[in-house]
Write a protein that binds this ligand. Sequence first.
Ligand SMILES: O=P(O)(O)O[C@H]1O[C@H](CO)[C@@H](O)[C@H]1O
Ligand SMILES: Nc1nc2[nH]cnc2c(=O)[nH]1
Length: 334
Amino acid sequence: MNCSVMAPINVDNVNGTKVESPAKKALPEVETDTNGNEHKRYSYEMLVETANFLLSKTPVRPKIGVICGSGLGSYWNEGSLAETITEAQCIPYEEIPNFPVSTVEGHYGKLVFGRLGDIPVVAMQGRFHYFEGYPLWKCCLPVRVMKLLGVQTLIATNAAGGLNPNYKIGDLMIVKDHINMMGFAGNNPLHGPNDERFGPRFPPMNKAYRFEYRKIAKEVAKELNIENIVKEGVYTCLGGPNFETVAELNMLKMVGVDAVGMSTVHEVITARHCDMNVFGLSLITNECVTSYDQDAEANHEEVLDVGRMRQEILRKYVTTLVDRFSKVMKAHNP
Ligand SMILES: O=P(O)(O)O[C@H]1O[C@H](CO)[C@@H](O)[C@H]1O
Ligand SMILES: Nc1nc2[nH]cnc2c(=O)[nH]1
């Protein structure tokens, strides 16, 4: 591994303005989840330590972070997006201070630093899900670490069931918006005391998925001749791990959901809270079963098979988007 030690980051706040440290008293040290497992709360200082550790391990200074979901090679390496990253340095989650570890069987758990095309990136190969037993704030810890590393744009990808009748297996859905179903019940990654150094107590969410990126993604789909499989729609995340009942899916359809998964929404909320720009992409891996007459059943193997089937297109699409988004970022911040 090519390790060059860089100056540690010393930030008052991820967005560059100075704020008073929040009262530590407000932060409970340990949270117990519904299974009785204890999760030690992290502080801003702990995540700065995590980010400094990573910066000491790699000379890469990523401005774009990618979360590789089940359809983008979090379960396999060969031909995956993570494998496409050049000059790659892989850091397993268990070696990173304060990081959770993936518990999903077969799921990779590593951060990959390197280049996609010319652009310095960091990719999560393997994410954390609520159904693994983590509180939502812990699932999203890596997003805040990315922010501290200097990441300005998050590309969050996932595998999802297609609820929109016009969607076919293998389609890609640009996420236009989400419905935070878990949040309706009060389960939100920002629940608990707010640390202003990350962002405000009450962040807006109406521009969660950057309009400019969605426009570019549609243009790139045309350029790559894949516009027939690229759609745009609304995603929702349920807690999982079971797939949905027919009645649940029909309810979601009624409220305007196009694709259903078990991730992404809380990551996006965390990213927007600390003012990262977000692009969301779902790979439609299965058709949601919305009628009692249908015999099909959702299953994880199908999800992975469709991911493998689409990996070449996804690799090309995401690599091109990274290049285009970085140009936009440079234009905004020359
Ligand atoms: O959202 P990602 O991690 O892509 O994975 C999706 O696919 C898995 C189910 O097959 C669940 O983990 C669901 O969230
Ligand atoms: N909740 C949920 N997650 C998925 N991930 C991939 N497909 C599905 C699905 O149909 N439902």
